[in-house]
Design a binder for this molecule. Sequence first.
Ligand code: ATP
Ligand code: MG
Length: 422
Amino acid sequence: MGPMSRVLSGIAPSGDFTLGNYLGALRHWVTFQDDHDAFYCVVDLHALTEPIEPAVLRANTFDAALNLLAVGLDPERCTIFVQSHVPEHPRLTWLLECIATMGELGRMTQYKEKSERHETVRAGLFTYPVLMAADILLYQADAVPVGDDQRQHLELTREVALRFNHRFGDVFTVPEAAIPGTAARVMDLQYPDRKMSKSVASPLGTIGLLDPAEDIKKKVRKAVTDTDGELRHDRATKPGLANLLELLAGATNRTPEQVAVGYERYGDLKNDVADALDDLLRPVRERRIELETDPAYRTPAAAAAAGLAAIPAPPTYPFVMETWGTFPEIQPADAPRPAGLLDVLGPLLADGGLILHGEQEFTYHRPVVVGDVLVGRGAVVDAYQKTSKGRTMTFVVVRTDWTDQATGEPVVTSTYNVIHRA
Ligand code: ATP
Ligand code: MG
């Protein structure tokens, strides 16, 4: 088996999760965990872009982790973590802020919309898409499962990665957005021209991930539609009705057009939407109650199980730093090599090269030499292992030679870590 393609996505602990988060993102995260190398994070640093009480942020972060388990993410099959536990996210952000431009960031619609809510706008709200780019590029993600509202931020991420790669070579994986075909932008039930959002108070317009059945029914029944009585899918002129059709389509894996056939009255459609949403969300609610009543999830160890443990720092950041010309940290020539280097590398050697087959996956982003065996340009100079949440990661530090694409000059060797996840 070759290296699996990697996905990464995040959700901000900025409020109670909504139906929009579930249909646009979370439920797709669950399917990705089986056939992808999947990383999911609670992006708490993003929640600081708007006012939030410290105690609320802390509680929301744990709540978010429990929700991720409740929707069906399994820490055995994916890596769940908290963004702020990995300091390379904000560090890489600085470097990427020196690539992204003011003009690009000023065009972001989310910034325009969110900044209108405040008299004073935090600079972080403006640079938020760069932190998001760092979240993604740090892990060399191939795909990013997000809702439609994040399409523009993903474009910016790609643009930043391409710009850096153009100057310095193939450093960043350029990620694809994985946006679902239906219900990728769930609208507020009361204001169908604006997206449902967890940080916007709209009690009747927002369906919570954990809303009881009665609340779902009430909100769907009161959803704003129109008065022409024609039951068809038309986002432009009938946004409220289109939203209901898309919800039913999303919940039952059909298209809005298929769903629209067979209804004459809005009321009948609303009843079916409410039932379908209840069927969809009931298992999440039930699992969440199980988690809450499970004593295993109330202790600090429980928090780790819920995905709050730090994961080892990914390798991209130091490589980008050195690539860009920061002076490398000086290692004394006689610095002791960690014991067991060969023990770590041993299992990686197979058929005279690295294991790239069998049960194990090996991801590397630069050419590699192990021992005397040439796999590409570069040499393994160090290796170490860390175990977190029962998962062992092997970091192999590789020194590579490469050529500056702009000048054609050979560049002083750099180090790069290679992750082996077993
Ligand atoms: P906030 O108001 O704090 O921005 P949010 O509800 O927009 O909260 P985010 O944490 O920004 O949620 O996004 C988490 C994921 O949910 C992203 O992939 C985003 O695209 C998706 N998402 C958010 N809102 C919707 C929606 N209304 N429909 C579909 N997907 C959504
Ligand atoms: Mg958002």
